[in-house]
Design a protein around this ligand. Sequence first.
Ligand code: PLP
Length: 967
Amino acid sequence: MKIDLNNFEKFEERHNSPNHTQIEEMLKVIGVASVDELINETVPAQIRLNKALNLPAPQTEYQFLKSFKKLAQKNRIFKSYIGMGYYNTIVPGVILRNIMENPGWYTAYTPYQAEIAQGRLEMLLNFQTMLTDLTGMEIANASLLDEGTAASEAMNLFFSTKKKDKKKATKFFVSQTCHPQTIDVMITRAEPLGIEVVVGDYNTLDLTDPELFGILLQYPDTNGEVIDYTDFIANAAANNVKVAVAADLLALVMLKAPGEMGADAVVGSAQRFGVPMGYGGPHAGYFATKDEYKRQLPGRIIGVSQDADGNPAYRMALQTREQHIKREKATSNICTAQVLLAVMASAYAVYHGPQGLKRIAYRVHGMAALLKQSLEQLGFEVNNKNFFETLKVTVESEEVKNNIRKVAEERESNFRYFADNTIGIALNQTTDVSHIAEIVQIFADATGKTVSFDVQALASDIEVAVEGGLQRTSDFLTHPVFNQYHSEHEMLRYLKRLENKDLSLVHSMISLGSCTMKLNATAEMIPVTWPEFGQMHPFAPKEQAAGYQELFAALEQWLCEITGFDAFSLQPNSGANGEYAGLLTIRNYHIANGEGHRDIVLIPSSAHGTNPASAVLAGMKVVVTKCDENGNIDVADLKARAEQYKDNLSSLMVTYPSTHGVFEESIIEICQIIHDNGGRVYMDGANMNAQVGLTNPATIGADVCHLNLHKTFCIPHGGGGPGMGPIGVVSDLAPYLPGHAVIDNNVGEKAGHAVSAAPWGSASILPISYAYIAMMGGEGLTNATKTAILNANYMQNRLKEHFPILYVGANGRSAHEMIVDCRQFKPAGIEVEDIAKRLMDYGFHAPTVSFPVPGTMMIEPTESEDKAELDRFCDAMISIREEIREVEEGKADAVNNVLKNAPHTEAIVVATEWTLPYSREKAVYPLPYVSANKFWPTVRRIDSVFGDRNLMCSCIPVSDYVEEEVI
Ligand SMILES: *Cc1c(COP(=O)(O)O)cnc(C)c1O
């Protein structure tokens, strides 16, 4: 037998799920002879690419990991003493393996279906509790994108809630001792809103200035100084000026909380609670504030409510605040946040507890005290009076500074070098006495001094004292959850218990339309936790990050090939952040051309809520255009609006294929209309999974688009983040992409200010998308798109006799997703929500509910599900349709039925008493496949209204529940 020695197994066969036999069967059901025939009927000919993607030949998983390790090793990991909001930290093994590297946690979606998300909801409630405790505030959200954007959200919050006497105030003051990247992001976010950011010394600020409405301070500040802001904040308050404090969580363990100083908001990053630096991210930004702002608080808030049996249950609270509801009236566009990282940070607090955190914080502080004493003994001037773990050392001259840098880099250490001949040194959890001795030796050797004392000996005499009333006196993390899981076994079991409550991709398909829940392959995930990627500080000298730089260059080039664009920015940390960055790029382009008055953006009514929210944040006026009865953009209306506003038209935001799951034939004409009227076209790339290899944004006529790498390009959703939303642009927009204040990110001198704290956003998850493209190759990616369309159309054909399919293309085909109409069940009292909850009893997560059309479900299977899984899901939907029919025909009770009572828990079916008018079997094993792989929701239907009326957003002491029981 002849053997092909190059016949390696293909990654594509692991990613694209249906096999050849299944594909043949599916084509029969659809009624086409081949996949290509289906694609020809689905994707309009005039937008098809006529050439194959030019990408490197696909690698096998084994080949990829081997060659990628070599790239990773081009990153040289130095000891990082740079600080500036990013610190080395120790990820406890139990958290690394059981959360960060565990698909049970990282493949889950945003907890919209709360009954099957109680695990991560509990951990997010822990996160909020940890934050309110440490910051001394009343309410906190469940994460934002990073410290810079969190600080900007505080500015927006203060701006949008100004009281009468400050109605006209537009000045926001940022202390010059804030981290420079935070200041950069604040400037970006302020300008389009008409806010003037003033950077300066807070000591000389005139608080009586009627123009001034808000202030940002840093604590400890960027120079490491710890300052008591109590009197200053009181003065600000007396003048009706609001104050936000950007605070370091580890420092708060031993320092007076900003809430106790009177701060109105406290923001920051939870990175150093056990999340690797990762060359900038992802990390959980946090936001804590006063109760009075709860309705304006950006991002998600987790709250406690109760289920149908009156048991406590968690769910996302106050959702009416959010951008998808408020659209152009929203004050924040945050959608994907940083759930997985918030989960890790709170797990770190649970595992260490208040005592463990104190040990870490005091030890780091003690190290800094030792360093200060040693450097002073060596004859250096340390500027800090009160400090936590960061010191600023003055050296004689530029030359001395450069010498120290040279010696430090030879010994693989990075300090922070200020322009004024000072050097910053920030310590961290991994620092030990030998590191201090090494730093002292670097300073000595670089300046020709001799260390005449023994640092080890000094170390044994170190005493620490926090001066000036800045010592923390209040308790924190007193809730039992932070005090009972300190042994590894207990922690392991707690994490597993929570994980088991959540339905993720390890259980079954999650067919959330528009969210593209595809395979997150293990081989793609493995490099994320390699130290070569994890331990790189975002502001390390670029030459030390050669591996990362090579990865960025390749990824940008591949994404350009896939989209047809000329340049990419890898900075935005989410799709919505990409929308914002893209619109700013268009805005800066218009301004540079002397057309800064162009501020109208057209947005079709079917758009995702982040589109109008981002547009408003980018200083634009939103004009909503109509859709026709087929769900397509009403071209006549669009044309009329474009012409009506032609003098001030900035852009169009358009999703393609549309959020209705259709490739609109008129897209080229639509883009042309916008261009003819002086505007640019922003394409929302959330649906890119229907385009890759078949068409692309540049071909349809778009000028900018974001890609949700956490949708199309395999970054897992993490339970609601992280994500990445890089933007691609045509060449004339490229000079205006976001720049960065600290690190040159290669955009050039016309670059805008930063939209994220880190120059390349959440750099450490970019290897996932890189891996996906490298292992799929151009043909594999194109096959993925075709398979996604095949799977969607197979489901459409199986479901269409049972549920009306709302919109289809010219030939009756769906794109990669479809909308199933559930509104006709309303007369029988059945809502789309009942179907969503009933699916849980069948072991499935509901598709997207009520977006883009209320009362419907949008199903997107992706290419990574095989026919067997699609059939199980379709069988469940069809079976539910029959259950609805029983209600419609009066065979089942109108209120007391399997749909209204869903989901059913194990507790109610094992209870001695069973009073429901159908069998237990029907309740929990409605189809044969279910009993073989039963997923048990742990709570019954959750009452959201009750929770919003009795808002509770941090852990309740357990004793309160006991009391409730007694009553
Ligand atoms: C997911 C999505 C967004 C928002 O992306 P995030 O990454 O969650 O910020 C925007 N538009 C559409 C159509 C989407 O599906």
